[in-house]
Design a protein around this ligand. Structure first.
Ligand code: NI
Length: 252
């Protein structure tokens, strides 16, 4: 059995990357993608991906960091994206939960990065928090050719359907194991299997039984188990289909 963690901030974990990657391997996590969130953080992310064969990275300026955007960011992302381990642009998008005071800037930076992804023919990992309609509106208007992954999906069934009918992907993390996550459990049961990806978003959002603790890629199995249970299929089947999807989207 093989699992892919499509979204883990290994650079933000407390201990050494070696430890977490070893733990992950022992728990059948064969490949991990580390997203970028701000220009100063790109170097450590690239460095980890260079050191480990099965680690890949993405580059992006996170919505809450949008005010840091400059022309140099564009140049830096364009240059680093040529790296053979760069598999996408992310995480980028809109976050109205964190701060709504610079929504226009968030939108501008999101659009600019969608254009980079299109130009470089890379998929996009989208961060959308309490901004579903605006996020989709911008994607509909500006995305020409990139595949899109809605990371840490937090919409309802109707929004999931809108994402899926556009041919995009739904990435589900540890929240689905939380007792009261009814909406996400419903999404996880109904999302077409060929649109489903798994992620941890480590160090955040650890699944039960580690809820509240530091998350790590090895824990992705709890999320996979929960989704398998919800759908009444085997863990192996979830692992196989999500791994195949990850390979397809990120070309890994
Ligand atoms: Ni993240």
């Amino acid at each position: 059995m093989e699992l892919v963690d499509t979204h883990a901030h290994i650079d933000m974990l407390e201990g050494y990357a070696e430890y977490y990657i070893e733990q992950a391997a022992e728990n059948n996590v064969s490949r991990i993608i580390i997203p970028g969130i701000e220009p100063e953080g790109f170097a450590p992310v690239v460095e980890i991906a260079e050191r480990f064969k099965n680690i890949f990275f993405e580059l992006g300026v996170f919505p809450s960091e949008a005010e840091k955007w400059s022309d140099e960011c564009l140049e830096l992302i364009t240059e680093l994206a040529r790296h053979p381990k760069c598999v996408g642009i992310g995480e980028i998008g809109l976050d109205y939960y964190w701060d709504k005071s610079f929504v226009d800037k968030q939108k501008e930076v999101f659009i600019k990065q969608i254009e980079i992804a299109n130009r470089l023919k890379l998929p996009i990992t989208v961060h959308d928090r309490e901004a579903h309609n605006d996020t989709l509106e911008i994607i509909d208007k500006y995305n020409k050719s990139s595949q899109i992954v809605f990371h840490c999906f937090s919409g309802d069934i109707d929004f999931m359907k809108k994402v899926v009918e556009r041919g995009y992907y739904i990435a589900i993390g540890g929240i689905v194991t939380f007792k009261k996550a009814d909406t996400l459990k419903k999404v996880a049961s109904e999302v077409p299997l060929d649109r489903l990806l798994l992620e941890t978003d480590a160090p955040y959002l650890a699944p039960v039984p580690y809820r509240g603790k530091e998350n790590q890629p090895a824990y992705i199995k709890y999320t996979a188990e929960e989704i398998a249970k919800l759908r009444g299929i085997s863990l192996e089947e979830i692992a196989e289909v999500t791994t195949r999807n990850a390979e397809k989207v990120f070309n890994i």
